[in-house]
Write a protein that binds this ligand. Structure first.
Ligand SMILES: *Cc1c(COP(=O)(O)O)cnc(C)c1O
Length: 380
């Protein structure tokens, strides 16, 4: 029986060629030829004002927290149903994390609950575009404007996905908030093993972002010939990746359209193939709000209860298929539960218990997974 893993990284074939070129160029530290090519790709294709590759999305979020001077006593609003880095980056600066519930129809942040969490200590909102599906950014940006808050998009899963607001303009995710963080971890659509990017959409933060990324020095300005020596000008750390990582990433970016098309086909096949089971009430399928596009990052099912989910996982496992669940609500996590003083987050708890992610990767044949689920619910 063929084993179907949850994620199998896809290689375009060009990665090792570009890595070899980077080595031949004798420039494998940060901000070399391939880093610049990646920055240019993102800025041209998605219209991001300024892009800076980082070694992870976690690093990009930590840079964002430094850049906005998040400090002890500040409050940052974000969903509880997210990866730990979304909150850890701000907790590191001493901020209080204010967790918001998820939407009933979608694991993304409940936009209508955000305003009730704003206090005079709130500094920022961090919406997470779960599964690459946009949060309702009009609502979030309006709250941010009203209370003078920053918006940092956690766009880790959201490459090549879009939001259409009330003005009818289709905007790429990551271009709407003041800042945005992307991930190129092996489990994402476009990847470099580990990797990430900070997007800066507000001109005021570009110069300092470069400094924070370069250990608190103005080295980037020095290399552009803007200053005649560089030194310690601010706090910072080492957030930039080797050009070897960027060389790998560039090969993936060149094949973005192919990768996205293939993932879309798999996603559609899952949706069509599993619709009869969803119609019979065994689980529900992902909901894509009309303002959002689908970048096919993830295919998930939502069950009625944890027992049904466990049965499905076990059945798939018996058939050599690895389906996984994720996000144990952060407000109930071992680190945060004693610090949490907010209310119940029933939707977050529901997704924690009931959401299941099916295998999703370029070379996957989804029919095997569909047939295995059908055999479970509709035995002949
Ligand atoms: C993957 C992911 C991250 C972390 O990305 P890394 O590049 O591994 O640091 C953060 N937030 C979300 C929502 C993610 O899915």
């Amino acid at each position: 029986m063929e084993h179907i893993g949850f994620n199998v990284p896809y290689f375009t074939g060009k990665e090792t060629h570009y890595i070899y070129q980077a080595v031949l160029n004798r420039k494998i530290s940060g901000d070399g030829k391939y880093t610049k090519l990646c920055h240019k790709f993102f800025e041209e294709r998605f219209g991001f004002l300024k892009c800076l590759l980082t070694t992870s999305c976690t690093d990009a979020l930590e840079m964002a927290a430094l850049l906005l001077n998040i400090k002890e006593g500040d409050e940052v609003i974000m969903p509880s149903y997210t990866f730990v880095s979304t909150s850890n980056a701000f907790a590191l600066r001493g901020a209080k994390i204010v967790f918001c519930d998820s939407r009933p129809d979608h694991p993304g942040i409940d936009e209508d609950m955000i305003e009730s969490l704003v206090t005079d200590r709130t500094r920022a909102i961090v919406p997470v575009h779960y599964a690459g599906i946009a949060c309702d950014m009009d609502k979030i940006m309006a709250i941010a404007k009203k209370y003078n808050l920053f918006v940092i998009e956690d766009a880790a899963q959201a490459i090549d996905s879009y939001y259409t607001g009330a003005d009818g303009i289709k905007r790429p995710l990551g271009s709407i908030g003041h800042l945005a963080a992307f991930s190129f971890h092996e489990t994402k659509n476009i990847m470099s093993g580990e990797g990430g990017m900070l997007v800066i959409n507000d001109e005021r933060y570009i110069e300092r972002a470069e400094i924070i990324r370069e250990k608190g020095t103005n080295r980037s300005q020095f290399f552009r010939g803007e200053v005649d020596k560089y030194g310690w000008v601010d706090i910072g750390s080492s957030f930039l990746p080797s050009d070897i990582i960027a060389a790998f990433l560039y090969a993936q970016l060149e094949n973005l359209d192919d990768i996205q098309q293939k993932r879309r086909q798999i996603w559609e096949a899952y949706y069509e193939g599993l619709k009869p089971l969803a119609d019979s009430g065994h689980f529900t399928l992902p909901v894509i709000p009309e303002y959002a596009t689908n970048n096919s990052h993830m295919f998930y099912l939502v069950f009625d209860n944890i027992e049904s989910r466990t049965k499905a996982i076990d059945w798939l496992k018996q058939h050599n298929i690895n389906a996984v669940f994720h996000y144990i609500s952060l407000h109930n996590s071992p680190y945060y539960t004693s610090r949490y003083d907010g209310g119940d987050l029933p939707q977050t708890d529901r997704y924690t218990d009931c959401l299941l992610r099916l295998p999703m990767y370029y070379d996957l044949n989804p029919q095997i997974v569909i047939d295995t689920l059908k055999k479970f619910y509709q035995p002949e």
